[in-house]
Design a binder for this molecule. Structure first.
Ligand code: URA
Length: 194
């Protein structure tokens, strides 16, 4: 086990019994996150849905399967990146996360980011972007735009569920994902030369 893998699994174990908000008592599984402990690219969604709650793995339902297609289309292997959510537990009936739930949970995500120290953080959807990039983030106007936040390059793309509801957003999503892949490969080439 690498040092990061060990740190992430310790953090996951510390989160397991979390009861810091009422969602702790309605979850089936806590959905901590998955992927490479060395990832330089991290995706952050909103909250687990039904399938994620059932399996404990983020983005494995219909939205996740669509997201996988975009990763594949732009040549980013899912196992090379890290995927997590703002909330680690499913809100009932997939309602939007409440601010107090986000406040209670955000420390877990911060812990993951501190361990991974990714170069790029991509928010999946407006809820994540409003929490991580800026509170007044406008996804229709600002998807695909890069923001520097401390050591991180950050941007947001449409949430895959939004694409399931409105196929006209798919073209923009593909363009954004292509640019993310280009930047990611540039980072990889740079760190290979260091
Ligand atoms: N939607 C999200 O935001 N996250 C998941 O893990 C699944 C669906």
């Amino acid at each position: 086990m690498t040092e990061n893998e060990e740190k992430l699994s310790l953090l996951a174990r510390a989160c397991e019994g979390c009861m810091d908000c009422p969602l702790g008592s309605t979850r089936t599984n806590l959905v901590f996150g998955c992927g490479s402990a060395q990832a330089s690219l991290m995706f952050v969604g909103e909250a687990p849905g039904e399938r994620e709650d059932a399996t404990g793995i983020p983005f494995v339902g219909a939205a996740g399967r669509l997201f996988d297609k975009y990763l594949y289309a732009v040549g980013i292997p899912r196992e090379e990146v890290y995927i997590a959510n703002i909330l680690k537990c499913r809100p009932p009936h997939n309602r939007d996360p409440r601010p107090e739930e986000e406040d209670a949970c955000i420390g877990h995500l911060r812990g993951q980011v501190r361990i991974l120290r990714p170069k790029m953080i991509v928010c999946l959807g407006r809820i994540s972007a409003m929490r991580l990039i800026k509170p007044d983030f406008r996804i229709t106007r600002e998807h695909g735009v890069w923001f520097q936040r401390g050591a991180f390059e950050m941007c947001a793309v449409y949430h895959p569920s939004a694409l399931l509801r409105d196929a006209s957003k798919k073209e923009d999503m593909l363009e954004d994902m292509k640019r993310i892949a280009e930047k990611y490969r540039a980072y990889q080439a740079q760190s290979a030369n260091e």
